[in-house]
Design a protein around this ligand. Structure first.
Ligand code: SF4
Length: 223
């Protein structure tokens, strides 16, 4: 595959080379200005709960209510003993608050009872917690524990398909497909930069291909 880029030729002969070029360019574009929620200010327990609450709402909305939540329930054991209505009152503005309250109290109970009040460090253990799927688990593994994690959310899935890095649509297959061609040490940062790129340029309805900084590396599949 070859692409012209402002007078120079950008080429990639394998999928491994293609994904690596995309990773390097996105990494240079977004630098450290990436990440979910305010992960750098949160511990593992707090980030876990914040990511569960972030479903179907904005990071900003979650950041507004988490200080009050963690002041009242500073540890998993505190949350495990919480009254559902009191948790619902605090998290109401994040939407789906009945189910979210049930899930975070349930997660607090499992953390307190099965993991000694700490957050486990494996995908298998993390997805055993109420309200925790592979995406949430990947955020915890990558941002808190520095472990390889490809986080397939709606932005990641859309962008890697358009770029031409995978033909898969099922999230787990997308994850495995990208993991097979990109070195593990890059997985988490690649997830973050692709997500950011999806928000900044490659949005669902109107991708900004005419001003996209990685256009020369993109096959624009389905665009
Ligand atoms: S060129 Fe268009 S389709 Fe490709 S990544 Fe950029 S915005 Fe998305």
């Amino acid at each position: 595959m070859r692409r012209k880029s402002r007078g120079e030729i950008v080429s990639f002969s394998t999928r491994e080379e293609h994904v690596l070029q995309v990773h390097r360019l996105l990494d240079s574009l977004y630098g450290d200005n990436i990440g979910f929620l305010e992960a750098h200010t949160l511990g593992a327990y707090q980030l876990l709960i914040a990511v569960i609450l972030s479903a179907q709402t904005t990071d900003r909305q979650v950041n507004v209510i988490t200080p009050a939540l963690f002041e009242k329930y500073p540890t998993p054991a505190d949350l495990a003993k919480a009254k559902q209505v009191e948790v619902e009152h605090i998290i109401r503005s994040t939407g789906f608050y009945h189910a979210k309250a049930r899930n975070i109290i349930g997660a607090g109970k499992v953390l307190a009872e099965s993991f000694n009040n700490t957050v486990p460090q494996t995908m298998k253990e993390l997805i055993s917690l109420p309200g925790v799927g592979r995406k949430t688990a990947g955020v915890i593994l990558g941002s808190i524990f520095g472990k390889p994690a490809i986080i397939v959310d709606t932005h990641f899935k859309r962008v890697v398909k358009r770029i031409g890095l995978t033909r898969q649509t099922d999230p787990v297959k997308v994850e495995n497909d990208i993991a097979a061609i990109l070195a593990a040490e890059y997985h988490y940062r690649f997830s973050m930069t692709v997500n950011t790129h999806g928000r900044e340029y490659c949005n669902a309805r109107r991708p900004a291909c005419d001003r996209c900084p990685i256009a020369e590396l993109c096959l624009k599949v389905g665009v």
